[in-house]
Write a protein that binds this ligand. Sequence first.
Ligand code: 5AD
Ligand code: SF4
Length: 438
Amino acid sequence: MKRYYIRTFGCQMNVNDSQKMAGMLKSLGYEPARSWEEADLILVNTCSVREKPDQKVLSALGEFKKIKNKNPDAIIGVCGCLAQRAGYEILQKAPFIDMVFGTTNIHHLPQLLKEAQAGNKAVEIIEDIDENETELDRYPTVRDSIYTAYVTIIRGCDKKCTYCIVPYTRGRERSRRIGEILQEVQWLVEDGVKEIHLIGQNVTAYGKDLGDVKFHELLYAVADIEGVERIRFTTGHPRDLDEETIKAMAEIPQVCEYLHLPIQAGSDRILKAMDRGYTQKEYLKKIELLRKYIPDIALSTDIIVGFPGETYQDYMETIKVLKEVEYDQVFAFKYSPRPGTPAAQMPVTEDSETVSRWLSDLINIQKEITFKKNRAYENKVVEVLIEEEKDGKLTGRTRTNKLVHIDGEHNLLGEIVKVRISKANRFSLEGELAEKLV
Ligand code: 5AD
Ligand code: SF4
């Protein structure tokens, strides 16, 4: 029996692609290996969003070289965003690699594998979108979680934010046909999944390329499938988040009260240079609308600090927004120039240490806000979907995406239960079982 090991870097799209590749390998008779040392096939699914993930992948390749030395028969493949962007460079740096393929031809894995097994270099990096790429969607996913599942609804991004590599690594927007999405959701529910997480680089643009269906209509259709207890979606773009979608979020009982809405920067000047297509005021209006329809919605965002030309005054606009919105969680990154993007041509004005200090100050400010938000849960009763049972502790998430640890009780895996929160930590909540729900 042959064994595979997949190492995944990057976002949910990559995680879902890896789950599909695992499904594909399963259909070819492969079993998962416990570690890469035991594997006959190692796949590295790469990310290229910032320089750090690039470097992580390149240093992982050093480890794989050792494996190849020990087990020359092991096939090593590199795929994903870095492979799409710089596959030939990777091959030059690490000539022991057997397979390199990009993000739009993952469905060719079986043929590529055959070629590599025959002793050839299997390389396929194509710029154009392969219209048969949706073949990938037909494979069942192999997931860690039994009760929650990602469903890809749209691939690529047309936004062209000036800092972002994604349009180059993932191509233009392509929505999946609604019938196929609903079919996959149906299969997942039959498989025991309770929470459906719709994903895409830009989910709120869903259907624009198809012309016959809009994102909010997809939400209603998914909610109509019996057995779907919870619906989440990421990532939405503030520009495409319309009132119809917000209304649907409020109206559909299964749509969770949580939204990740990246702002990237608070300053209008920087937002313009990023080509985000909204001002601070317009973004804040969307937040206001969200809170009008869904008063207890939890919010998170992404921030880039140190974009070319950003001054202290610009940076303070971002801090102002964080204090005003009071997000539950913020993912903040230091700007990293990406090859071929328009921003990579713009002169960076602040020195690196100053930007690092801004970033760490921002993270510290947010830490207190997150803690305050968590403390507001104390003594409240919330719904939790139990996803894990370990050492007498249950772990799950609230509808607002907070991690909750619960003492005692067993056999509640996959159940939605009511929990009284007894204590708030910085990154999680603790509580006791109040009542079984579903
Ligand atoms: N530099 C720093 N952060 C970036 N992101 C995307 N591109 C860059 C870049 N060049 C961040 C954005 C995005 C998140 C996934 O990564 O905040 O929302
Ligand atoms: Fe990384 Fe972006 Fe690719 Fe996701 S789409 S893996 S975040 S580069």
